[in-house]
Every structure is written in structure tokens, then in C-alpha cells.
Design a protein around this ligand. Structure first.
Ligand SMILES: [Zn+2]
Length: 278
């Protein structure tokens, strides 16, 4: 791909032209150290993959992703920068997220989310568009029908997202039939921006589902005047048994966000340690 190997320096020519022996010796030592350092960097086997990149590679095995030189490389050879090196405030973490920023907050599967804990709301748009489709038409081509408690809903087949959603439906029907009244879908695929923002909603990629609108809470509904960093009071009425099953199959829940959106579930396997579902 890249890489220019070896350091074929014209060392001997240079030495001949040097008159001062101690300067020559220093030059040799310097060149040896420099060559060693350069050699070490060029060995792919010695490259350490950042833990966050490793998690991404493991979470999306179907993509056959690779990491090299601060880039995530796709199967077709195209690549996206991993860490842009910018220091970001809360707003930029959402609006200008690189792949590394997606992991800036930890997804915690218990308790009430802490102030500005919004793990998963940061999405590197080029990364998701590359996997699921760059526009509505391309995403649509990858949507398949999932049977959802008497409804037929569409979800992306990419990364097995639709299969994982099907597994959620099967498990809730089997283990918690008393909760089926919560499962009415309020929408899956919809190419749109996040409400009140200029970034693409995860519904655009066919990897998110909203359920139980009547029993749901959304921070913008409850705190219509609040800005992104204002303190807000948390609310939820979605039974945790439902959340547990979604999370087991690789879905994050909008109710784990400080900016809660309790109807919202989204396939994001990179937030879970173990391979999810079957
Ligand atoms: Zn949603």
C-alpha cells in the first residue's frame, strides 16, 4: 500500500567527504539510531492497534476492517482516519465525531446516566455511511423485512443488524409476553437529521428502532427550552427487562443517555465487550 522500505543512505560517500574523525563517528552513531527507529516503525507486526480500534474491528467482523497508521481500512481499500487529534467540547463530540471520539464515553448498562453521559450519540458519519449506505437509496437496498409482533418492519441486513433485531423479538415473545404491549414500532428506517441538529440520525442507516412512544420520554419533549449542556431531570417508563434483552443482542438504549430518548434502540455492538447475540 504505502511505505517506502529500508534506509539506503549514501553513508559511505558522506564519510569519505568528512575530514573530522569524531564528527564521522557521531554521524555513524546518529544514523544507526535513526535507522533502528525507522525500521521499528515500519514493521507491521510491531504496530500496536489502539484498544478502541480493536473493539471496532471485533464488533464488525463482517466488514473485515483493518487498522494501519491511524486509519481504519475497509475491505475495498478505502480508509477513514481513526483519530483526528482534535480536542473537542461536548457539542463537537456530537457534531464532528471521528471514530475514536465514538468511544469517548463509556456505555454503562445500569443506573441513571451521569451529566452529559451520552455514549453512542457520537457517530463518525463517514464510517456509518460507508457501512450502511451513503444516501437513502443505497441504505434502502440493504433493508430487509423483520417480523415484529404482527408488524413488518424494515432494518438493515448489514452486520447482521436485522438478524439481531429478530433475535430481540423472539426473546421478548418467549420470555416476556406480558411486555408485548410496549413493542409497537414507531419507526425504523428514515433518512433524516437528528431533531434540532445538523447530524445524521442513526435511523438513516436502518439500524435504529423506536418503540412504545406513548410510554416513552424524550429530553426535548420534557425540557423544551434546555440546551445540550443544561442540567435536566431524567425520566423513564420503559421496563428494564426490555432494555436488557436489546442490550444482550448488541443494541444500545437511548435511555442510557443523559439526553434520554427512551423509545430508541440502536445496533451498536462496539459498546459491548462480548460478541452479542447469536
Ligand atoms: Zn429513535
Amino acid at each position: 500500500m504505502l511505505k517506502q522500505c529500508g534506509m539506503h543512505s549514501p553513508l559511505h560517500h558522506r564519510l569519505k567527504s568528512m575530514r573530522n574523525p569524531s564528527a564521522s563517528l557521531l554521524y555513524i552513531i546518529f544514523m544507526m539510531l535513526f535507522s533502528l527507529a525507522a525500521y521499528g516503525q515500519e514493521l507491521p507486526s510491531q504496530q500496536t492497534i489502539p484498544q478502541k480500534a480493536q473493539r471496532l474491528l471485533q464488533a464488525y467482523p463482517d466488514q473485515h476492517l483493518k487498522y494501519h497508521d491511524n486509519r481504519i481500512i475497509f475491505e475495498d481499500g478505502t480508509s477513514i482516519v481513526f483519530d483526528d487529534g482534535k480536542t473537542k467540547d461536548f457539542a463537537s463530540l456530537l457534531d464532528d465525531s471521528d471514530i475514536e471520539d465514538m468511544f469517548s464515553m463509556q456505555y454503562i448498562s445500569e443506573g441513571t446516566p451521569g451529566y452529559l453521559q451520552d455514549a453512542g450519540r457520537s457517530r463518525c458519519e463517514p464510517f456509518f455511511k460507508k457501512m450502511y449506505g451513503r444516501d437513502a437509496k443505497t441504505v434502502s437496498k440493504n433493508l430487509v423485512v423483520v417480523s415484529w409482533f404482527g408488524e413488518k418492519i424494515k432494518f438493515s441486513r448489514i452486520n447482521g443488524a436485522a438478524d439481531h433485531l429478530k433475535a430481540v423479538a423472539d426473546e421478548i415473545a418467549r420470555e416476556h409476553p406480558e411486555l408485548i404491549s410496549y413493542m409497537k414500532s414507531a419507526g425504523t428506517f428514515y433518512w433524516r437529521k437528528v431533531r434540532g441538529a445538523n447530524r445524521q440520525s442513526s435511523h438513516s442507516y436502518g439500524i435504529a428502532i423506536d418503540i412504545a412512544v406513548k410510554q416513552s420520554n424524550y429530553w426535548r419533549w420534557d425540557h423544551s427550552k434546555a440546551g445540550e449542556t443544561d442540567p435536566i431531570e431524567y425520566k423513564n417508563r420503559i421496563p428494564m427487562e426490555i432494555v436488557d434483552i436489546f442490550e444482550k443482542h448488541g443494541f444500545i438504549w437511548g435511555g442510557r443517555w443523559y439526553h434520554y430518548d427512551t423509545m430508541h434502540f440502536e445496533y451498536r455492538p462496539e459498546f459491548f465487550e462480548q460478541p452479542r447475540g447469536n
